[in-house]
Design a protein around this ligand. Structure first.
Ligand code: FES
Ligand code: FES
Length: 165
């Protein structure tokens, strides 16, 4: 480790972890290079496409811009945490049922952002879905299927919520 290296400690998908980093490393670098978590991907590298989305302290961030040092002491979660109990998240299930991807490069970002939306707004309108996901780009233009998947996921989550009442 060089003289400028830092050691950070954070919770990653529910587990306490540590990482040795350089000040310029992004959380995306650290997740992919040190923890072999490849679900978040770099596409634009400029905060414009959402392919690198991860959740830090409950908020979505662009992993390509978010400095790893800023995650010190925090909670980071990635797409890999969603099926940790062996079951797909309703948003994942809905994306599969609606065929809401082609190459899949953008998909983890869309799924994490869709979950953020549904946490805040369990029954979004199509306009609200489009607005919330406007920072995520899909080069395969799977947008119609993505919108349908978010609507389906919202229904699935509301049905589950009714059942547990
Ligand atoms: S790769 Fe981070 S926003 Fe595009
Ligand atoms: S499915 Fe290919 S970029 Fe979105």
């Amino acid at each position: 480790m060089s003289a400028t290296s830092l050691m950070i400690h954070f919770t990653l998908n529910g587990e306490p972890v540590s990482a040795g980093i350089e000040p310029h490393h992004t959380i995306l670098d650290v997740l992919r290079q040190q923890f072999s978590l490849y679900g978040a991907r770099e596409s634009c590298g400029q905060g414009l496409c959402g392919c690198c989305t991860v959740i830090v302290n409950g908020e979505s961030v662009s992993g390509c811009l978010f400095l790893a040092a800023m995650a010190d002491g925090g909670e980071v979660s990635t797409i890999e945490a969603l099926d940790a109990n062996g079951e797909l998240d309703p948003v994942q299930q809905a994306f599969i049922e609606c065929g809401a991807f082609q190459c899949g490069f953008c998909t983890s970002g869309f799924i994490l952002m869709s979950r953020q939306l549904l946490e805040r707004n369990p029954d979004p309108t199509e306009a609200e879905i489009r607005h919330f996901l406007s920072g995520n780009l899909c080069r395969c233009a799977a947008y119609p299927e993505i919108i349908e998947a978010v609507k389906l996921a919202a229904q699935m989550r509301r049905s589950t919520a009714e059942l547990v009442k």
